[in-house]
Design a protein around this ligand. Structure first.
Ligand code: TH1
Length: 837
C-alpha cells in the first residue's frame, strides 16, 4: 500500500520532524517527559528502574530517528545489502552501548546526576537481552556492531524468543534453571504489527499445469502461523548509520485462528490452537554445541527462514530488477547450519512461485548464500530425520532430494569410479531413519564456506568437507578468524583502561582501528603509565571481588592472582581439567611446610558458566567446583593461598565485569575441538594473560602477541587421534599426579564420592576422550610457570601491555571487512554525517 504524504503537505512534516536530544538540557527534558507521560510516573515515584526506562526511551527516540534516515538512504542507494541470519543474538544490555555509540554518555551522566541518579545504577537496571547460548550468539552481536560502525547496509534476522537462555541459580552447589522472561519492559524493540508473514507447515504437494502448460508443484493444506516482525535498532559507533535487527514472533494466524470453535463453545480447543502457534518462538533451545533433533526446533528454523526470505524477496521485488540481478543486490550469510532451510526456501520461491527454471534458480541461490561453519564436534552437526521433514515440510524435502540428485550426478561424472564417494557426500544419509545432513546442504547451496579460525578452517577441509574440497576445489573454502567489538569489550567494559590508552595515543581512534594499539609498545618504559595501568587492573579486581562477596559471601583478596575460566560448561572445554588441577594445588598446599607456603603466590580460581539442562556430566562438573570451594574456602590452613569461586549466572553483563579483572584466563579445550573461542580475545584485550592449548584462535593470538607472552601447554591437534587410539588399544596409564587427585575425591574429601564417580570414570576407564590425563602433567607444570612469572610484577606487566598492543587483528571490524570483501562483495554506504567528525 502506498502511504506517502503528498508533496504539498511535506513541508509541514519536515517542520515538525522529530529531532532527538543533543544537549544535557534536552536529555533531561526528554527523560522527564517519558517518565511523566509514557510511564505515567512523577518525581514522587521515580525509582532507578523508572529512571532507566525514561533515559532509555530518550535514547531510543534518537536511535529511531537515525534508523529511519538510514533505511531511507539504503532504499535510495539501491545497492547490495547483507542479511545475517542467526538463530542466536546474545546482545546483552543496550543502554550503555547506545550512549557510547552515539557519543552522549557524558551528557547522560550529567543529566541523570541533575535528576538525582548515578548513571551506573541506572545502567544496571537493564535486563540482558540473552537470545543466545554462548560464543556463536555473541559473535552475531559483535558483527551487528561492526557492520553498523563500518556503515554496511546490513540486516540481522533472528527469532524473538519470549524466554532467552535460562537464569542459573546455584542452590546447595547444584545448578537450578529459572526461566528468563525478559519482555516485561523492553524499550529497544518496535513491534511492526503491519509486517506479518503467513508461514505454512505440514500439508501435501500436488502437481498442476499453469497457463503455459508448465508442470508446477503446489504445496497445499496444513496449517498457517503468522510471523510478526519486531525491529531492534543497531547504532554504529561514531556514525549515524543505524541498522536493523528484525526478530520474528509467532502468532496464531487471523485467518486460521478458529472462530468456529471459539463461537461454538470449544473455547479451550481454540485457545489451545493459539498457544500452539505461539510456542514456536517461545523459547531458545539451551544447548551449545549440541543438536537434539526436536521437531519444534525444526519448526523454529523454518518459521524464521521463511519469514526472513519473504521479507528479503519483497524488498528486492520493489526494485523491479530481473531475477538474475538478485545476487548482485542480496548476500545472505548463514550463521552455522541453523538457517540452511533458507537455501531450500529461496529455490522454492523462485521455481514454484516465480516460475524460474530449476537451473537458473539454483544458480541464483548458490551465488546468494554463504555458510560459516562453527564446529566440528560430531554431536553438534545438524541432521534432520527424513520422516520428520517429510511431514512438516513436504515440498522442501522434494527440493532437497532434487538438489541431491543433481549434485550426485555431477560428482559421478567427475569421479566415475568412486562409488563410495557418492555415499559419503550424499545429503541424504542412508541410515535408519534416513537423515538430511545440513552441513552438506549448506555447502552445496553456497558459493563460499568458511571456518572461524585458521586451525579450524584447515580442519574442516581435511575432515567433514574433505570430499567437497575435491569436488569444488579449495577456493570455495576459506578462513575468517573471529573477532570482537572493541567498543563493548574495551571501551564499555573497561572505561578507565580505554581512557588511559586514549591519553597515550592521543585520542580514541584505536576504537575504530584497533591496530593503532601497537603504538602502546612505545610506553613500556613510561613509569607513570605502567603504574596507572596496574592501578586500573587492581581496581577492576576490587570491583569483581565486591561482586563475589555480594553474591557468594566469600571474601577474596584482590592482590591474589585471579585465574578465571568463564564459558559454557562442556567436556571439550575441560573445566574438569581446571578443577582437578585446583584440587592438585590444594593437596600440594596441604602438604607444604609453613615456610614453603610463604613463598607461594595466592590464587583465586574463578569459574562461571551454564550447563545445558540435560547435560548431566556438565552439571556434575559444576557440583564438583562448588564442593571443592566449600572445603578449600573454609580450610584455615589455606587461607588466602587458594580460594575457589563459582560465579552464578554468567552472561554478557557479568562478562563486562569479569573480563577486565583477570590476571590469567583459561582456554584449555582439547586440541582440535574449540573452533575459535572469542573470550580468549576479550581477556587479552583487557590486559590479562592466558593459559591455553594449541587450539582455535589461541594459535593466532600466540602468533600476534609472541610465544613468551602466553602460557601454552598440552598435546597438539595432529596427535589427538593417535592418543585416543592408544587409550582404547594400548595400555593406558593414568597420570600419577592425577591419580592422587582421584584418590582424594574417592576418599570423600569433597563430600559423597558417588556423586563424582561417573566424572572420574570418564577419565579413568571410559577412554578419556578429551585427553585430561594426557595433558594433566603439562597443565600443572605450566601453572607453576604462571606462579613464577607472576612474582616478577614488572615483567608480568610488560607482558600484559605488549599483548594488548598486539591485539589489533582481533577486532570484529577486521573480520567484517574480510567477509564484505571476500565473501559478500558489498560496499559501505557512508552517511554524510559521522558523529564527532
Ligand atoms: C561456537 C564455537 O564453539 C566457538 O569455538 C566459536 O568461537 C563460536 O561458536 C563463534 O564462532 C559454537 N557455538 C555453537 C552453538 C550451537 C551449535 C554449534 C556451535 S559452535 C547451538
Amino acid at each position: 500500500v502506498e502511504a506517502s504524504i503528498p508533496e504539498p503537505q511535506r513541508d509541514a512534516w519536515k517542520k515538525h520532524s522529530a529531532q532527538g536530544f543533543t544537549t544535557k538540557e534536552q536529555f533531561e527534558d526528554e527523560t522527564v517527559r517519558h517518565v511523566e507521560t509514557t510511564l505515567a510516573r512523577s518525581l514522587f515515584n521515580c525509582d532507578e528502574l523508572a529512571a532507566y526506562s525514561g533515559a532509555s526511551l530518550a535514547f531510543r527516540d534518537r536511535l529511531v530517528i537515525e534508523w529511519n534516515r538510514t533505511q531511507q538512504r539504503q532504499t535510495f542507494a539501491d545497492q547490495k545489502r547483507v542479511y545475517y541470519l542467526s538463530l542466536e543474538f546474545l546482545m546483552g544490555r543496550a543502554l550503555d552501548n547506545a550512549m557510547l555509540n552515539v557519543g552522549l554518555k557524558d551528557v547522560a551522566r550529567a543529566g541523570l546526576k541533575d535528576l538525582g541518579f548515578r548513571i551506573e545504577d541506572v545502567i544496571s537496571q537493564e535486563h540482558d537481552a540473552a537470545l543466545g547460548n554462548g560464543g556463536l550468539g555473541r559473535l552475531a552481536a559483535c558483527f551487528l556492531d561492526s557492520m553498523a560502525t563500518l556503515d554496511y547496509p546490513a540486516w540481522g534476522y533472528g527469532l524473538r524468543y519470549r524466554y532467552g537462555i535460562f537464569k542459573q541459580e546455584i542452590v546447595d552447589g547444584y545448578q537450578v534453571e529459572v526461566p528468563d522472561y525478559w519482555l516485561d519492559f523492553n524499550p529497544w524493540e518496535f513491534p511492526r504489527h503491519d509486517i506479518t508473514v503467513d508461514i505454512q507447515f505440514y500439508g501435501h504437494v500436488s502437481r498442476h499445469e499453469d497457463e503455459d502448460g508448465k508442470n508446477i508443484a503446489v504445496w497445499e493444506g496444513g496449517e498457517i502461523v503468522d510471523a510478526v516482525a519486531y525491529d531492534v535498532p543497531i547504532p554504529g559507533y561514531q556514525t549515524t548509520t543505524t541498522n536493523n535487527l528484525r526478530l520474528w514472533s509467532s502468532k496464531a494466524s487471523k485467518g486460521e485462528f478458529d472462530f468456529q470453535k471459539f463461537n461454538s463453545g470449544e473455547y479451550e480447543a481454540s485457545v489451545g490452537d493459539q498457544q500452539r502457534a505461539e510456542t514456536i518462538s517461545a523459547v531458545l533451545y539451551p544447548n551449545d554445541n549440541l543438536e537434539r533433533g526436536k521437531e519444534l526446533r525444526l519448526k523454529q528454523q523454518y518459521f524464521w527462514c521463511a519469514a526472513s526470505l519473504y521479507d528479503i524477496v519483497r524488498r528486492f521485488k520493489k526494485s523491479k530488477k530481473a531475477w538474475s540481478a538478485f545476487p548482485d543486490m542480496v548476500a545472505i550469510q548463514l550463521n552455522d547450519t541453523h538457517p540452511t532451510l533458507a537455501i531450500v526456501e529461496l529455490q522454492r520461491i523462485l521455481v514454484d512461485l516465480e516460475g524460474l527454471d530449476w537451473a537458473e534458480a539454483w544458480n541464483i541461490v548458490q551465488n546468494t548464500f554463504s555458510y560459516a561453519n562453527h564446529t566440528v564436534m560430531p554431536e553438534a552437526l545438524e541432521k534432520w530425520s527424513v520422516p520428520v521433514m517429510q511431514n512438516l515440510l513436504p515440498r522442501h524435502l522434494q527440493i532437497i532430494y532434487e538438489v541431491n540428485s543433481q549434485f550426485l550426478h555431477m560428482v559421478e561424472k567427475q569421479f566415475p569410479k568412486d562409488r563410495d564417494m557418492l555415499r559419503r557426500v550424499s545429503i541424504i544419509e542412508e541410515s535408519q531413519p534416513k537423515m538430511v545432513q545440513m552441513a552438506y546442504l549448506a555447502t552445496i547451496g553456497s558459493h563460499k564456506v568458511n571456518g572461524v579460525a585458521e586451525l579450524h578452517s584447515d580442519l574442516i577441509k581435511t575432515t567433514i568437507f574433505k570430499d567437497f574440497v575435491k569436488i569444488y576445489g579449495p577456493d570455495k573454502f576459506t578462513n575468517v578468524t573471529n573477532g570482537i567489538t572493541p567498543r563493548r569489550w574495551l571501551h564499555q567494559a573497561n572505561p578507565r583502561l580505554s581512557e588511559l590508552i586514549a591519553s597515550k595515543l592521543g585520542g580514541y581512534e584505536f576504537l575504530t582501528d584497533l591496530t593503532k594499539l601497537n603504538k602502546l609498545e612505545h610506553f613500556l618504559d613510561d613509569k607513570d603509565f605502567k603504574k596507572e595501568w596496574q592501578e586500573i587492573k587492581y581496581a577492576n579486581k576490587v570491583r569483581l571481588a565486591q561482586h563475589i562477596v555480594n553474591t557468594t559471601g566469600v571474601r577474596v583478596n584482590p592482590k591474589a592472582l585471579f585465574d578465571i575460566q568463564v564459558k559454557r560448561i562442556h567436556e571439550y572445554k575441560r573445566q574438569q581439567l581446571n578443577i582437578l588441577g585446583v584440587i592438585h594445588r590444594y593437596l600440594t598446599i596441604k602438604a607444604m611446610s609453613a615456610e614453603e607456603r610463604k613463598k607461594l603466590a595466592p590464587r583465586v580460581s574463578i569459574f562461571g558458566g551454564k550447563a545445558a539442562p540435560g547435560y548431566w556430566m556438565a552439571k556434575t562438573v559444576i557440583h564438583l567446583v562448588c564442593s571443592v570451594g566449600e572445603v578449600v574456602n573454609n580450610d584455615k590452613d589455606v587461607g588466602d593461598l587458594l580460594k575457589v569461586i563459582y560465579i552464578e549466572d554468567y552472561n554478557v553483563s557479568k562478562a563486562e565485569i569479569i573480563t577486565p579483572a583477570s590476571d590469567i584466563s583459561e582456554h584449555i579445550s582439547t586440541a582440535g575441538t574449540e573452533a575459535s573461542g572469542t573470550s580468549n580475545m576479550k581477556f587479552v584485550l583487557n590486559g590479562g594473560l592466558i593459559i591455553g592449548t594449541c587450539d582455535g584462535a589461541n594459535i593466532e593470538i600466540t602468533r600476534e602477541v609472541g610465544e613468551s607472552n602466553i602460557f601454552l601447554f598440552g598435546n597438539l591437534a595432529e596427535d589427538v587421534e593417535d592418543l585416543r587410539h592408544a587409550h582404547t588399544y594400548g595400555n593406558f596409564k593414568i597420570d600419577p599426579d592425577l591419580a592422587k587427585v582421584f584418590d582424594a575425591i574417592k576418599g570423600g574429601k569433597f563430600g559423597d564420592a558417588n556423586r563424582f564417580s561417573a566424572l572420574c570414570n570418564s577419565i579413568i576407564d571410559q577412554g578419556d576422550y578429551y585427553l585430561v590425563s594426557d595433558d594433566f602433567n603439562s597443565y600443572i607444570k605450566t601453572h607453576t610457570l604462571v606462579d613464577e612469572a607472576y612474582k616478577d610484577q614488572d615483567a608480568w606487566l610488560e607482558k600484559c601491555i605488549t599483548s594488548v598492543s598486539r591485539m589489533g587483528f582481533f577486532s570484529s571490524d577486521r573480520c567484517i571487512q574480510e567477509y564484505a570483501d571476500m565473501i559478500w562483495n558489498v560496499e559501505p554506504l557512508v552517511p554524510e554525517q559521522r558523529n564527532g567528525k
